[in-house]
Unconditional design. Structure first.
Length: 95
């Protein structure tokens, strides 16, 4: 039984730099959508338009997903000024 692990990383305003670093290590295709590029951009304050809403780095062996959004805006739609550090979610898929 083979399992794939797909990490979802949440960064504090440096998602794009981190994902470019991972791309330099793992190669693969990097796709990035900022809040400003999103169809939902009108629901967010303009100061968040440069935040990464979703990014993925994919090659034949992995899929790393990431965002700036949890640390800045989350689902509660208010800034969290004292939140620091990074968050990691792991998604397991069984084949």
């Amino acid at each position: 039984m083979k399992q794939a692990i797909q990490p979802y990383l949440h960064f504090n305003d440096n998602c794009i730099e981190a994902m470019k670093f991972y791309q330099s290590i793992f190669d693969g295709e990097l796709e990035v959508m900022t809040v400003g590029d999103s169809p939902a951009k009108e629901q967010f304050p303009k100061e968040l338009y440069n935040q990464v809403m979703h990014a993925s780095l994919t090659n034949e062996n992995l899929n790393i997903m990431a965002s700036d959004m949890c640390c800045t805006f989350c689902f509660i739609r208010t800034p969290i000024p004292d939140l620091s550090g990074h968050f990691l979610g792991l998604h397991f898929f069984q084949k």
